[in-house]
Write a protein that binds this ligand. Structure first.
Ligand code: CO
Length: 154
């Protein structure tokens, strides 16, 4: 495992649309292992492959609920319910926190690292993280969805 560099806002790579993962092989597993390590080292909640320079549809999420990191390959949000408004940040934009509206509950289908189809359901922080990370796969950043900027800009 190895830490990967996290690309920051302003880098074009964060605005690109990612392609689906088609090979569930050792290269993917290495990427996922590195992403989880990078996420945890940065004390973040979620990380998407384009943030480490890989334009593939893979995300990792760790809401520190004791269940470890969640790996979602080719994730698709299938159902959203309710609304939550809260502060949100991004490892590609350290120190910036903005108020973003997201669904309260999200259902998604995806594949695990072995190519097996899985379904996840999350509410609160997990729902927020799934939406935020899936957005990254389409080049969408949380600042695009800001309702109100709570951060102080100098
Ligand atoms: Co982000």
């Amino acid at each position: 495992m190895a830490l990967r560099e996290i690309f920051k806002f302003g880098d074009d790579i964060l605005r690109k649309k990612c392609r689906e993962v088609t090979a569930f092989d050792e290269k993917l597993w290495q990427l996922l292992d590195d992403m989880v390590e990078t996420l945890q080292a940065a004390d973040g909640v979620g990380l998407a492959a384009p943030q480490v320079g890989i334009l593939r549809r893979a995300i990792v999420i760790d809401v520190r609920d004791g269940n470890g990191a969640l790996e979602l390959i080719n994730p698709v949000i299938t159902e959203i319910t309710g609304v939550q408004v809260g502060n949100e940040g991004c490892l590609s934009d350290p120190g910036e926190w903005c108020e973003v509206e997201r669904p309260q509950t999200v259902k998604a289908k995806a594949f695990d690292r072995n190519g097996k189809e899985i379904e996840v359901e999350g509410s609160g922080l997990l729902a927020r993280a799934i939406c935020h990370e899936v957005d990254h796969l389409d080049g969408i950043l949380f600042i695009d969805r800001v309702k109100k900027d709570l951060a102080k800009r100098s």
